[in-house]
Design a protein around this ligand. Structure first.
Ligand SMILES: NC(=O)C1=CN([C@@H]2O[C@H](COP(=O)(O)OP(=O)(O)OC[C@H]3O[C@@H](n4cnc5c(N)ncnc54)[C@H](O)[C@@H]3O)[C@@H](O)[C@H]2O)C=CC1
Ligand SMILES: CC(C)CC(=O)C(=O)O
Ligand SMILES: [Mg+2]
Length: 365
């Protein structure tokens, strides 16, 4: 019997709500194939601070290191916002766990089923076939990880600095991921930068141009400034197929992609790095693209699809279980097509809660 060993880090606010039902879906999808789940839960983020005094406890890192993949909820929220910035969950756990496991490539599939176009804020005639694209976001470099400081100047003013830093090698390795993605799709990459202003973007654009020409000349590469990309995403998202971009631009653009695809609650993600697990497959962290949604937490109404679809990505990338991953993805789509909708995608029509949504998906597996 095959056993899948992974770490489960539910995190904060809606994290545990959507994680618990995602595990139910995983169990229901893998059991018929004779696959056993061997997962260990650990605290992270605010839950780490509250239970173990640290956003990323050593014991949590150990659980992750002993696993073949990490299924992650989301972390942070108002409860911990008054802590010193460096101790807050996002800075003290999310960025460090990505760095610790060298998870430099964040894949966010932007998918809007044709049957769900009414959930997008875009007019249906702009997206008659739905939306299908992927955002490849660099995840361990750029301004989030560059030097930071706050200082008092001689005149008494206060100055804060975040530095955006990129090495050519970091740009090349994320391009490799985008190229692989584009080869499996339409063969088109749009590289998003701000090369008219930022030095890192000048290096980004030059590297992208030279690297793709040399290593994947069959790929059609285009470049777009990030401000225009944000506008184009709202105007005509289907002009994009694979977007590759740096950390902060990818963070922002992918939230926009999430909403044009209906809701952040539908947007899954896979963060992959250089590490391999015992199956010689990528060790990855799988998490919804959105955050902890404190505004709806505790009500049982969060959309669990992003967490469930992230679990499907884990099956595909880290465990090679493509068929079961696809089965989950189809069940999510079918449930939505059959009219089962949480509030974020119901738009005035009757909506159901997190558990009911998961139950509808399990029924359709
Ligand atoms: N990977 C992570 O752990 C992330 C953590 N965060 C943290 O989450 C906290 C809240 O951040 P916000 O800026 O409010 O962003 P958010 O993504 O949590 O929420 C933005 C909006 O989207 C909605 N939303 C998000 N996920 C949803 C779901 N599954 N179902 C239905 N609606 C959903 C929320 O209700 C809210 O209206 C902050 O502390 C932030 O730092 C934010 C993004 C990622
Ligand atoms: C703390 C942030 C970098 C988390 C986030 O918004 C994301 O990864 O999308
Ligand atoms: Mg984000």
């Amino acid at each position: 019997m095959k056993t899948l060993k992974f770490a489960v880090l539910p995190g904060d606010y809606i994290g545990p709500e959507v994680m618990s039902v995602a595990l139910d879906v995983l169990k229901a999808a893998t059991e018929p194939a004779g696959i056993k789940l061997d997962y260990t839960e650990a605290h992270v983020g605010g839950a780490g601070i509250d239970n173990e005094g640290k956003a990323l406890p050593d014991s949590t890192i150990k659980v992750c290191e002993e696993a073949d993949a990490i299924l992650f909820g989301s972390i942070g929220g108002p409860k911990w916002e008054n802590l010193p910035p460096a101790e807050q969950p996002e800075r003290a756990a999310l960025l460090p766990i990505r760095k610790h496991f060298n998870l430099f490539a964040n894949l966010r599939p932007g998918l809007l089923y044709q049957e769900l176009t009414d959930a997008s804020p875009l007019k249906a005639e702009r997206i008659p076939e739905g939306i299908d694209m992927v955002c490849v976001r660099e995840l361990t470099g750029g301004i989030y990880f560059g030097p930071k400081r706050t200082e008092t100047l001689e005149d008494g003013d206060i100055q804060a600095t975040d530095e955006m830093v990129y090495k050519k090698s970091e740009i090349e390795r994320i391009l490799d991921v985008a190229i692989a993605s584009a080869k499996a799709r339409s063969g088109k990459i749009c590289s998003v930068d701000k090369a008219n202003v930022l030095t890192t973007s000048v290096l980004w654009r030059k590297t992208a141009t030279e690297y793709v020409a040399k290593h994947a000349p069959e790929i059609e590469l285009s470049h777009m400034y990030v401000d225009n990309a944000a506008m184009q995403m709202a105007r005509d998202p289907n002009q994009f197929d694979v977007i590759v971009t740096e950390n902060m631009f990818g963070d922002i653009i992918s939230d926009e992609m999430g909403i044009v695809c209906g809701s952040l609650g539908m947007l899954s993600s896979a963060s992959l790095g250089t590490g391999k697990n015992k199956y010689d497959l990528p060790f990855g962290l799988y998490e919804p693209s959105g955050g902890t949604a404190p505004d709806i937490a505790g009500k049982g109404i969060a959309n669990p699809c992003a967490q469930i679809l992230s679990a499907a990505l884990m099956l595909r990338y880290s465990f090679g279980e493509n068929e079961i991953a696809e089965k989950i993805e189809k069940a999510v789509k079918q449930a939505v097509m059959d009219g089962f909708r949480t509030g974020d995608i119901s738009f005035g029509k009757p909506s159901i809660g997190t558990k009911e949504m998961a139950a509808a998906i399990i029924e359709r597996l």
